[in-house]
Design a binder for this molecule. Structure first.
Ligand code: NAD
Length: 520
């Protein structure tokens, strides 16, 4: 199916208040293998963040449509769970092939809706493809365990079996990677109801189109759209057994509370404030370049952005050196060649970042570089913010306490590595951190004592590849099983354990046993 057919022009029937039919494309739903027009009267505008023009409208799906999606997923589960694991694996292989072939096309759509540069958008798709590639090992990943001879003629073995229908709720900042993280669920034999971010629905729809082409049977993968009502549907619908969520603290805690109180499994990846700790023996040029890339790349809108730096001892003077490097970055539309930093997602997100920078200045921080006055030629209405650096920041300031989620680097000072570790561990989040040093002993000490769940040693954004898992912790994660890798397979499966006795004759059993079996 051509991408064009995933949209349809607005008609008067759906926008009765409008005098003329709009040509704004409308995003479809995917229910039971069919890309469908929503019957809703509630359409949410999707903007190009470089221009703030409305480029599409996404439906707030009706309750009936969401129910149909869930019912289709339930019906499909009855056969998908019994479809051979090799057939499921073959679908993943085909999807992987199609994603590779369409990587640039999906990346271009991401740049248009989300704003990030084309190169960064290609990386967004690739990091998702890598999870699909890992899921192609599903026959091995789903192996259970066996212990023969737990007692005479008695064997015990466990199967990993799928759960049923699973739900996915996604954020705006990785429009392809995060839905693809969640599609590991399908390889495990589950079916899905996916709700992409209403701000960036198109990448998911392109992936959905490819999933249909890859041969996933109808109803196995469904896409609904909307905001809070769609989220609450996923939390409440009794057929949905598990919810994968990635996004902000506010939504993540709500989904965790509501989903778990309905008896569901929930994995909830939330906000972050990732610290880089810089020791004075670090390779200065490499470290400063790593910090600038990790703080300002994707306009700081990554949950693993290195948004906070702790300069230790003599490295405290390095903050000034960051300014020159940051000034070399080009702010422009993501599809313009040479762009380093694209627009932020919305005027509200930009204003919030501006306000947090201002609060830092009011509370005593020093503004080394102010990106709030950036203008981009040809794009007067974009959500622009250039690299911004605040130093002399203290832990009581709002710019430290809040996740800014913009191109803002806040610099703090510590006299010793112990003081730096104490500072980082006192932060409520624990997504990621990085230490920069040439001392193996210092790096090891940091790695062992730091509480964050993902640690880089001279690596600014230590996101693990899919044969590991994404292991954020503390305030950045609620749940027991992390995303992807073995933990992801555990999340999407449950154990069934069989104890089995086979013997030729039972002549020696003379009397029924009523005591607890001791299995000798
Ligand atoms: P968001 O929470 O605003 O939106 C995420 C999803 O939740 C969307 O689908 C949205 O429709 C829904 N939602 C939003 N507010 C809700 C509410 N109050 N109740 C119910 N549902 C709601 O997040 P975002 O702005 O799209 O993404 C940015 C956030 O995501 C940042 O905090 C970032 O750190 C976090 N994030 C975390 C990770 C991670 O792995 N830890 C990865 C990416 C992004």
């Amino acid at each position: 199916m051509a991408l064009r057919s995933l949209f349809r022009p607005t008609t008067l029937r759906h926008l009765s208040a409008m005098r003329f039919a709009s040509t704004t494309p409308r995003v479809k739903l995917l229910i039971n293998g069919e890309f469908r027009d929503s019957e809703t009267s509630n359409w949410i505008p999707v903007h190009n963040p470089a221009t703030n023009e409305v480029i599409a409208e996404v439906p707030a799906a009706t309750q009936a449509e969401m129910q149909e999606a869930s019912d289709a997923a339930s019906a499909a589960f009855a056969t998908w769970k019994d479809t051979s694991i090799l057939t499921r694996q073959a679908c993943m292989f085909k999807l992987q092939h199609l994603l590779r072939a369409n990587q640039s096309r999906i990346a271009a759509a991401i740049t248009k809706e989300q704003g990030k540069t084309l190169a960064d958008a290609e990386g967004d798709v690739l990091r998702g493809i890598q999870v699909i590639e890992h899921a192609c090992s599903i026959p091995t990943l789903m192996m259970g365990e066996t212990v023969p001879g737990v007692a005479k003629d008695l064997d015990t073995y466990s199967y990993r079996i799928p759960l049923g229908v699973t739900g996915g709720i996604c954020p705006f900042n990785f429009p392809a990677m995060i839905p693809l993280w969640m599609m590991l669920s399908l390889a495990c034999g589950n079916t899905m109801v996916m709700k992409p971010s209403e701000r960036v629905p198109t990448a998911t729809m392109m992936i959905a189109e490819l999933a249909m082409e890859a041969g996933f049977p109808k109803g196995v993968f469904n896409v609904i759209h909307g905001a809070h009502d769609a989220v609450n549907f996923v939390c409440d619908d009794p057929a949905i057994r598990a919810i994968s969520f990635v996004g902000s603290d506010q939504a993540g805690k709500h989904i965790w509370d509501r989903g778990t109180s309905n008896g569901k499994r929930v994995q909830s990846n939330m906000g972050a404030k990732n610290h880089g700790v810089i020791l004075p023996d670090a390779n200065k040029t490499a470290t400063l370049n790593a910090l600038v890339g990790a703080a300002f790349g994707a306009a700081g809108q990554r949950c693993m952005a290195l948004s906070t730096v702790v300069l230790v001892g003599e490295a405290q003077s390095w903050a000034e050196d960051l300014v020159g490097l940051a000034k070399q970055l080009t702010v422009n539309a993501g599809d313009v060649a040479g762009t380093d930093i694209g627009p932020m997602i919305s005027p509200q997100a930009k204003q919030r970042a501006f306000d947090l920078v201002e609060s830092g200045v009011q509370q005593g921080a020093r503004l080394l570089l102010d990106g709030r006055d950036v203008q981009v030629e040809g794009y007067p209405n974009g959500n622009w913010m250039g690299p911004t650096i605040l130093t002399d920041v203290t832990t009581d300031m709002d710019c430290y306490q809040q996740e800014i989620f913009g191109p803002v680097l806040v610099c703090l000072h510590a006299d010793t590595i112990d003081e730096a570790i104490k500072l980082v561990n006192a932060n409520r989040w624990g997504n990621g951190t990085a230490i920069f040093t040439n001392s193996g002993a210092a790096a090891r000490k940091y790695t062992m004592e730091i509480e964050s769940g993902q640690v880089g040693v001279n690596v600014p954004i230590p996101v693990p590849l899919p044969f590991f898992s994404f292991t954020g912790n503390k305030g950045s994660f609620l749940g027991d099983c992390n995303f992807y890798g073995k933990a992801g397979v555990n999340f999407y499966t449950q154990l069934k354990t069989v104890t089995s006795l086979w013997r030729d004759a039972d002549a020696d059993v003379l009397k029924a046993a009523t005591a607890m079996p001791t299995m000798k």
